[in-house]
Design a protein around this ligand. Structure first.
Ligand code: SAM
Length: 353
């Protein structure tokens, strides 16, 4: 048995490794060892979630943002974005369409848009939860005060997605302007967890200045946070950002990391992200075969999809579009998995430690 296989077996058994061992696996490009890793991560996910694929209807409610993250296409300094925010009635209409299609989770994602104050958001949340009482509602609206998070939770929100982006403060500072900090981002995540949300975190793979050592820090941060969901996807440059000329993250690196995260956090809900589907036509399927179990098709009104361009060439058609769910179902069936009509909540997490 090779050294890699030994490490993979240990990770499969104990769900943790030492930093230098994780580093070795992250850098592994031995095809046989990677096949072995993926077979273990698939088994691990099947023990928790079988062959079910959970779908989430992603509604991109606004591309207005007060932040200026260096990597993001909808950062406030990009004056070439045609800004929009959906009305609450438009958002509810998206949910109605999604419900008909079989979605039982809606994700409201957007820039940090001051148009949606807490009163507006709470009303929207409670209206959606009243109309779709068998559905889960996920928010992904960035950094807010603990009081605001509490209000959204009390109004009925179930889950919150907030990628930590990078666990390392210096690296965080190279990706964001001074007014943002890794410390605050992490505090938001701990607040969300304490309030009772199912919390999702994650990071971009191959972001500028990222090193393998930094990725190890990300994995250990996730292990410590124990989120219910982990979203990772390749960094893809956007031509109107300071990182326009940077190199993007790779499919291979992202797949390896999905598999490692699956083994570190066996019960996590892990999406095969749009970014993964954008850099490779079979990216989503390969993400599932590496241990992911969630897909988030786009349920936004078609006329705004092109305006939510956080990176170049972001997919919003084909199997990425909610209305093409049959195409996605076929793709999943071909690789032996089935899309299910379910809220797809996280299963018990007490064994993950
Ligand atoms: N404003 C919310 C927030 O900060 O969490 C949600 C929207 S934000 C655009 C969603 C995610 O998009 C970020 O967490 C980031 O990881 C990802 N993202 C932004 N720009 C990207 C890029 N150029 N390539 C890949 N992912 C990107």
């Amino acid at each position: 048995m090779t050294e890699y296989q030994k490490l993979i077996d240990e990770l499969t058994k104990n769900h943790i490794l030492k930093s230098d061992e994780l580093l070795q696996l992250i850098e592994c490009n031995d095809a046989e060892a990677l096949d072995y890793l993926f077979s273990k991560s698939r088994q691990c996910r099947e023990l928790s979630y079988g062959k079910d694929i959970y779908i989430r209807g992603l509604i991109e409610i606004s591309n207005c943002c007060k932040n200026d993250c260096y990597y993001c296409g909808i950062r406030r300094s990009n004056t070439n974005v045609q800004r929009y925010h959906l009305t609450t009635e438009q958002i509810r209409e998206c949910c109605r369409l999604g419900y008909e299609l079989g979605f039982r989770t809606f994700v409201l994602q957007g820039g940090e848009d001051l148009y949606y104050d807490d009163d507006k958001l709470c009303l929207l949340i409670s209206e959606i939860k009243k109309e779709f009482s068998d559905c889960a509602l996920t928010l992904s609206l960035g950094e807010k005060s603990r009081e605001s998070y509490q209000r959204y939770y009390d109004a009925g929100a179930d889950r919150y997605l907030l990628r930590h982006e990078t666990a390392n403060e210096v690296h965080y500072g190279r990706l964001h302007p001074d007014e943002m900090s890794a410390k605050n981002r992490k505090q938001c995540l701990y607040d969300l967890k304490e309030i009772g949300y199912q919390v999702g975190s994650g990071f971009m793979v191959g972001s500028p200045y990222q090193t393998t050592k930094l990725i190890v820090e990300d994995l250990l941060f996730l292990k410590d946070l124990q989120p219910a969901m982990v979203g990772i996807g390749p960094f893809i440059p956007h031509h109107e950002t300071p990182f326009a000329a940077e190199t993007g993250g790779t499919l291979e690196q992202t797949l390896t990391l999905i598999a490692l995260i699956r083994l570190l956090l066996p019960h996590a809900l892990i999406p095969a992200t749009t970014a993964l589907g954008t850099i490779a036509s079979d990216g989503r399927s390969r993400g599932i075969l590496a241990g992911a179990n969630v897909i988030m098709p786009n349920l936004s009104p078609e006329d705004v999809r092109q305006k939510y361009m956080i990176y170049d060439n972001k997919l919003s058609t084909g199997a990425e579009a909610a209305e093409s769910l049959n195409q996605l179902k076929e793709e999943m069936k071909k690789i032996g998995y089935q899309v299910v009509v379910s809220r797809g909540d996280v299963i018990k997490m007490k064994d993950d430690a």
